[in-house]
Design a binder for this molecule. Sequence first.
Ligand code: TXA
Ligand code: MG
Length: 318
Amino acid sequence: MARIDTNIAHAAYLLRSGELVAIPTETVYGLAANALNETAVSKIFAVKNRPSFNPLIVHCQSIEQASQYAHLTDHRIFELAAEFWPGPLTLLVKRKESIPDIVTAGQPFVGIRIPNHPLTLDLLSAIDFPLAAPSANPFGYISPTTPEHVLEQLGDKIPYILNGGWCEVGVESSILSFAHDTPTIVRFGGVPVEDIERIIGKIERISHHTSITPLSPGQLASHYAPQKKLILGDIDKLRKLYKNENYTLITFSKKYLDIPPQKMFVLSEKGDLHEAAHNIFKVLREADKTDSTLILAEPVPDEGLGNAINDRLKRASA
Ligand code: TXA
Ligand code: MG
């Protein structure tokens, strides 16, 4: 069973030895391996049950380190890095040959970010290689935002979970692709699109997560999904429609007092999108554990971090 602790030297030792370590980031917990060690990286795919054509984000400690693995030529990359790194923004940029094919799934681009968590930044300084890390959940399930979430699902498959507490941001990084002249947001995440555009001007948006090469549309649509059926819509209408069902509610800010408290989840009573993002994956997991058969949820305001929250809710309902 994995140990949950804060020993950076031990985590560094395991990673150097080609083992996997779950690491805290400001977004979600990652399942990390030495990005330069193909055997170690292949363990990530096995443990997560993740298709091998799905590339991994490379976590670096500095732009200098990132430039060893990617061609950082576009000035906009530096402008974004200066503003948002360390932080929840992943840039898809032209790779160098120094990064193994298994990490990028053979693609010409590599996803790079500097995560903003003190323990993981210390860990990255203690090792001389970058870390390949997807979210530390079984493929398709809800991303983990506490060490206990990781333990529950992957605890018997990995040796160590570095304990960084409950992830501050709570949704994964925004992913911005530099594959075309106009950068394209391929996943809404912890840095709102509006904030990116404030720095580099208009970018393209795609609502579907098409950053994975040929996948069936169904697989793309359903992700971050609880086991229970989740239906997204206007709560009052849904409650009428499903009045005979045993359901759990997830709302943005409103509490329904006639619902038993263990089946009533409010993302942010004060209507704050940061708080809602911080809570969303924990709430989805807890809603998945009640004795109800159905989860009814409503979208949050579609602005700022709301784009990322609504994207996760949509895919949880697909
Ligand atoms: O916040 C995050 O980004 C977290 C933490 C651990 O850093 N990581 C994360 O990784 O969410 P993952 O693997 O669960 O999601 C990353 C997404 C995947 O859908 C993958 O297909 C896409 O990014 N991606 C990664 N590298 C890519 C590449 N080279 N080209 C296209 N898509 C890529
Ligand atoms: Mg993931």
